[in-house]
Write a protein that binds this ligand. Structure first.
Ligand SMILES: [Fe+2]
Ligand SMILES: [Fe+2]
Length: 410
């Protein structure tokens, strides 16, 4: 793995280099004192796996540098280091990077974030996706409403009221959001009466994920959507988002992760939508093989397509600069145990991929659709390892009653 560090402060660069040199997966670390030097170096060096860039630099700032990296090397993971959270460039950097890190950052935290990002990169590069990625970049395009909302959200003056005004212009979208905010999944049936309340209640970032998901679904040909039960898949993604959030709260994970869990759930099967739209026949063969041979759908996909819907979705979310833990959750939502090194002596802390994995297993078990392969329950050993058996039963019982209650998705 090759890393490029960019910072105009030589002391910070030295410190970063020293700290990262002990990560065994990193084979090469290059460092540049300016954005220009970094872009020049990147032209002569083939592909970095990860770039860590300071935000405030003279001449070319971090946003300008990362913009170039996104265009010329979309597969490179982009981290931003910033000293000021309210800096005017902050919002643009948020859109361009997979991870924003506040300076000063504790070395073990930065180290952990980088190790996780590299593990994800390695995981994705093991599939045959790299050969189809150049094609993937052209599809599907980011939905129009999503672009408008994104443009709005980067404004320092962005507000819930402004966002809801924007959404109200799209009648279908606002109807869907109201329906969701009033669904039993979010626990407020019949209490949300207008888009402003919906935005306040669901949160701006969840709205962002919903618009993205809605936009991707709407690009599927209606005949294909009917053939693969896309609307059931869409409902499944919503339910997994809600349940992942609940699990996240029950596990006392940091409050900041709650909305992220919801987004990760909403977007976890993005790859299936792309499979249906772009790899239709092979996806269908995978579904048939999974059910006939009683193997996991991802195993069948790997054999027939060379990659899984989880890897495909994660790659797409990465190209769209989604946050690193959302991409990680999409990539590992069927295999969260791969997030730790094999035979690791201590168990790693639970993360978003775990909440999505558990929520996905519960929902698949209780409610199946035409885009599902053979369904397996959650791994007993996994629940045991984390002591989650009892909570798992409770989540399942509660999810069943929510499923029954909620008429929106019946
Ligand atoms: Fe999945
Ligand atoms: Fe799923």
């Amino acid at each position: 793995m090759r890393i490029l560090l960019i910072d105009d402060d030589p002391h910070i660069l030295e410190g970063l280099k020293r700290m990262l040199s002990s990560i065994s997966a990193i084979k090469q670390i290059d460092a540049c004192l300016s954005g220009k030097a970094a872009l020049d170096l990147a032209k002569t060096t083939s592909g970095y796996d990860l770039v860590v860039c300071d935000l405030q630099m003279p001449q070319l700032n971090g946003v300008q540098v990362l913009e170039q990296f996104r265009t010329s090397s979309p597969g490179t993971i982009r981290f931003v280091l910033t000293g000021m959270i309210d800096h005017p460039l902050h919002h643009a950097a948020l859109r361009l990077s997979h991870q924003m890190i506040a300076k000063p950052c504790r070395p073990e935290i930065l180290r952990e974030l980088i190790e996780r990002a590299l593990r994800l990169k390695r995981h994705l590069s093991q599939s045959e996706l790299s050969s189809i990625l150049p094609r993937l970049q052209a599809l599907p395009s980011l939905p129009k409403t999503y672009r408008r909302v994104m443009d709005y959200l980067v404004l320092p003056t962005a507000s819930c009221r402004g966002l809801s005004r924007l959404i109200s212009e799209d009648i279908g979208m606002s109807a869907r959001l109201m329906q969701l905010a009033n669904s039993a999944y979010y626990g407020k049936p019949g209490k949300v009466h207008n888009p402003v309340q919906a935005v306040v209640y669901l949160g701006m970032r969840t709205i962002e994920a919903l618009i993205l998901r809605q936009g991707i679904f709407s690009q599927i040909d209606p005949a294909l959507a009917a053939r693969f039960g896309a609307s059931a898949l869409e409902s499944h993604c919503m339910r997994v988002g809600c349940l992942a959030k609940r699990i996240c709260a029950d596990l006392s994970m940091p409050a900041g992760l709650l909305e992220q869990a919801s987004i990760a759930g909403i977007l976890h099967d993005t790859g299936k939508i792309i499979m249906i739209a772009e790899f239709t026949e092979r996806f269908e063969q995978s579904l048939v093989k999974s059910r006939r041979d009683h193997i996991e759908l991802i195993a069948a996909e790997k054999q027939i397509c060379g990659f899984t819907h989880a890897e495909l979705g994660a790659s797409l979310l990465s190209l769209w600069s989604m946050p690193a833990d959302i991409i990680e959750a999409a990539a590992f939502h069927h295999v969260p145990w791969l997030l730790a090194e094999e035979n690791a002596p201590t168990k790693r802390p639970l993360c978003l991929a775990d909440t999505v994995y558990i929520a996905d297993c519960i929902d698949h078990r209780l409610c199946s659709s035409r885009s599902d392969g053979c369904t397996f329950g959650v791994l007993e050993a996994y629940l045991e390892r984390y002591g989650l058996n009892q909570q798992f039963c409770q989540w399942q019982t509660d999810h069943l009653s929510v499923l029954k209650e909620d008429l929106c998705y019946a």
